[in-house]
Design a protein around this ligand. Structure first.
Ligand SMILES: [Ca+2]
Length: 206
């Protein structure tokens, strides 16, 4: 009996096509979330909010399906089947924030939120701040700023985060300033008390 082998390149091409078709299907493309963020934040938000490539997963550029290695394709398949939060996949077409969403919620909860994409921010962990700028990922998502860019944040939220971060130093400087004014005031009073009185000097004059 003659064995029938499928060339490796055809196997890989078939897998890539299957992944690409999957990404283009309504079950794999999730524009609801992007549209919801744009609507609530009134900011221009592209696919780079959650994906490795700003144009999304379809294509052959780095971070897109057509460029994935065999190992990355296998991880993508695993990520797409990660319906529970404890699976902890690392999808190669998602950035750290996109993977954080899937890892935190699981694919099942994420898909449920397609019906109410405005609730995604509330479903995310409150204490996660991937870029360490002091603004929680959920707040950044709601505000339409990038959770992986420290330089990108709503001005008021950045001000609040910087104020909270530097509050101890601010209080020390404020206390030192008040003490300085207090000491200066008493020093001036001391000078005034020891200065010779002009009227007394006039009376004492011969
Ligand atoms: Ca942040």
């Amino acid at each position: 009996m003659r064995a029938f082998f499928i060339p490796f390149r055809w196997t890989r091409l078939a897998l890539a096509c299957a992944l690409a078709l999957g990404a283009a299907s309504p079950l794999q493309a999730y524009p609801e979330f992007q549209q919801s963020v744009v609507k609530t934040s009134r900011r221009a938000v592209n696919c780079a909010l959650c994906h490795s490539h700003p144009d999304g997963p379809e294509g052959a550029a780095p971070g897109q399906i057509g460029r994935l290695t065999a190992a990355e394709q296998a991880e993508l398949v695993r990520a797409r089947a990660a319906f529970e939060p404890n699976a902890k996949p690392n999808s190669p077409i998602l950035n750290a924030f996109g993977n954080h969403i899937v890892q935190s919620l699981g694919k099942r909860r994420f898909l449920e939120l397609r019906l109410a994409p405005e609730q995604l921010a509330a479903a995310l962990p409150k204490d996660s701040d991937l870029d360490g700028d002091g603004i929680a990922d959920a707040e950044e998502y709601r505000a339409g700023t990038h959770p992986l860019l420290r330089s990108d944040g709503a001005p008021w939220l950045l001000f609040r985060a910087n104020l909270q971060r530097n509050l101890p130093q601010i209080l020390v400087v404020l206390a030192a300033t008040l003490l300085g004014f207090y000491g200066l005031r008493h020093l001036l009073r001391g000078f005034a008390a020891t200065a010779p009185n002009e009227e007394e000097e006039d009376l004492a004059a011969p």
